[in-house]
Design a protein around this ligand. Structure first.
Ligand code: ATP
Ligand code: MG
Length: 200
């Protein structure tokens, strides 16, 4: 089976993540995409949601899509999440599956800095999608990495989790920037400092 892995902090998950996963699935015939929230050391994320909350947000986002699943290994393991470590475990557990790691243009550019990138690039392909403001060109990457990055054409989505956290805490609407169920969960849980809606 061809499986996409959509890794991220998802603080919160938004439509850019959803569309990246669907675009990659569609473009390369992936049977499933597994959303994998990474764990973040607490000191780095005082302003955001907890690991458990981020997991719940992703669960809400994907609950009606049969092709999308959740992989909670990095949250459960805790500590700093290194993709290479998780991918080793994945390939041990699912030896007959082929994994494709889905990333946005900002992450494509940053690939040479990933831990054990040479080993990681031997183990799987990356699928890169565009992100506004960041050129998606593979020519700047070392050849042995560039040849392991497949590109999928996606309409640009100029939304980030940072933007959403800032809007929410500033009292601005985030509706339709995130899946409806995520929006409801954020409102209910009063995450990111949103003010609960008045019901009059
Ligand atoms: P933050 O602002 O907190 O960094 P983010 O919006 O960048 O959040 P991440 O959880 O950091 O989201 O990203 C997870 C993955 O999704 C990364 O590979 C990132 O490049 C990709 N991604 C995030 N937003 C978009 C977007 N709008 N379009 C395409 N890819 C995206
Ligand atoms: Mg980011």
């Amino acid at each position: 089976m061809k499986v996409g892995i959509m890794g991220g902090t998802f603080d919160p998950i938004h439509i850019g993540h959803m569309l990246a996963a669907e675009t990659a699935r569609d473009a390369f015939g992936l049977e499933q995409v597994w959303f994998m929230p990474s764990h973040i050391p607490p000191h780095k994320h005082a302003a955001g949601a907890s690991g458990r909350e981020r997991l719940e947000l992703v669960r809400e986002a994907i609950k009606n899509d049969e092709s999308f699943r959740i992989l909670d290994w990095e949250i459960v393991r805790g500590g700093v999440s290194y993709t290479i470590e998780t991918v080793r475990l994945l390939q041990e557990r699912y030896p007959s599956d082929d994994f494709y790691f889905i990333i946005g243009a900002d992450m494509v550019r940053y690939l040479p800095k990933w831990r054990e990138i040479d080993e990681l690039a031997r183990r799987l392909f990356f699928i890169g999608v565009g992100r506004p403001g960041v050129p998606l060109d593979l020519e700047r990457l070392p050849v042995h990495i560039a040849e392991r990055v497949l590109l999928a054409d996606m309409p640009m989505v100029d939304i980030s989790s940072t933007m959403i956290r800032e809007r929410a805490s500033g009292g601005k609407s985030i509706r339709y920037m995130v899946p409806e169920a995520v929006y409801d969960y954020v409102q209910r849980g009063n995450l990111y400092g949103v003010q609960p809606r008045s019901v009059d």
